[in-house]
Design a binder for this molecule. Structure first.
Ligand SMILES: C[S@@+](CC[C@H](N)C(=O)[O-])C[C@H]1O[C@@H](n2cnc3c(N)ncnc32)[C@H](O)[C@@H]1O
Length: 348
């Protein structure tokens, strides 16, 4: 997105209208994913008419035709007119990122955004007024314990784990190699969820032993649903706020601190520092804001997401550095990857 809307917007607000309609574009992609449009087009050897798609997916012809046209309009699908009839086919980008079975599929992310995040954002005005998450208003679940709200059913837990998993398909390699971590022979990913980032770390540092620690039910579901053949990582059940922090050379906190108020972040960092050997460290993986409040817009939007769903926020590097120093860490280094997630390494 442009840093400033240009003066030409005063003649006609093209960019502004694009932003205002952003929710419609999101909903077009979400709906197509939920209906299975991209999977069908990937499977099909030939371009399909709206009638074929409607029949296969059990939709109205008129509805699906409008949805397919909108997807063509945003360049996610292709269309050609054969004897006056529109025939739709997929694009490489849709096949790679939007079809369910692709190795780089963002399907799970999209489902979570559509079914959980979208309803939460519907209460953004109240979230901004109250400065609080909107779990209770949106889903009728008390927001005292955020992970009780986020994990309000096994189905929701699995969807959340799917979301966490799909991020690292895109960003796992960049954050794992933001620093050379090969000197850390044992790595524990605290709150490592499905293990996707841990697997990337294990691939990048094959001689290191990588363990994921997460809440018992999360670990059980990770073992059932996200297990990989010849998995190189280990799982351990525990509660990091209760001091369940196994010995390790390096601790990973990926998208953990952004969930919590500062006092809890400090408590956790101090417990990790106490467990660390001199020379050991902690790697924070977060979407870092710029210090000057000018972006990146993705991190600013994530921070609003933290507002509607958690008790935390996204931060600029200085805030994380202050927390790390207060907990006793030193040699703090920041690496911006230029993608959605960045890394901060600090040593004891
Ligand atoms: C926002 S998710 C981040 C997951 C993962 N690190 C990632 O970046 O994909 C937060 C994770 O912290 C875990 N978690 C929350 N409270 C925890 C606790 N007290 N002890 C251990 N894990 C916890 C959640 O189950 C969840 O997997």
């Amino acid at each position: 997105m442009a840093e400033h809307l240009s003066q030409s917007e005063l003649d006609y607000p093209f960019k502004l209208l694009e932003y205002i309609n952003g929710f419609r574009v999101s909903k077009v992609i979400f709906s197509a994913c939920e209906l299975g449009v991209f999977d069908l087009l990937l499977k099909s050897q030939t371009p399909l008419h709206a009638e074929n798609v409607a029949q296969e997916l059990g939709t109205s012809v008129d509805g699906i035709e409008r949805l397919l046209d909108a997807l063509v309009g945003v360049n996610i699908l292709e269309v050609e007119l054969i004897d006056g009839t529109a025939c739709y086919s997929s694009t490489d980008v849709a096949n790679l990122y939007l079809a369910k079975g692709s190795a780089k599929s963002l399907y799970d992310m999209i489902i979570y955004y559509s079914q959980t995040v979208y309803p939460l954002w519907n209460n953004m005005v109240d979230a901004v007024k109250d400065g609080e998450n909107q779990n209770e208003k949106t889903f009728g679940i008390s927001s005292e314990e955020i992970f009780q709200a986020i994990y309000r059913s096994e189905e929701e837990m699995l969807k959340f784990m799917g979301l966490m998993n799909s991020t690292w398909v895109l960003d796992g390699r960049d954050v794992s190699t933001a620093f050379n971590l090969s000197c850390f022979k044992s790595i524990v990913d605290l709150g490592g969820c499905s293990g996707a980032l841990a697997r990337e770390l294990s691939r990048a540092y094959p001689s290191s032993l990588v363990t994921v620690l997460d809440l018992p039910k999360v670990v059980q579901l990770a073992r059932q649903h996200f297990d990989e053949q010849n998995d190189t990582i280990m799982f351990q059940e525990g509660d990091f706020f209760n001091g369940d922090i196994p010995p390790a050379d390096l601790y990973i906190l990926a998208r953990i601190l952004h969930d919590w108020k500062e006092d809890k972040c400090l408590k956790l960092l101090k417990m990790i520092h106490a467990r660390c050997q001199p020379g050991g460290g902690v790697l924070l993986v977060e979407a870092l804001l710029f210090e000057n409040h000018r972006g990146p817009v993705m991190a600013q939007l994530f921070s609003l997401n933290m507002l509607v769903q958690t008790e935390g926020k996204e931060n600029p590097p200085s805030r994380y550095s202050n927390m790390l120093s207060s907990a006793g860490f030193q040699n703090i280094q920041v690496c911006r990857t230029g993608k959605s997630y960045d890394a901060i390494l600090a040593l004891k």
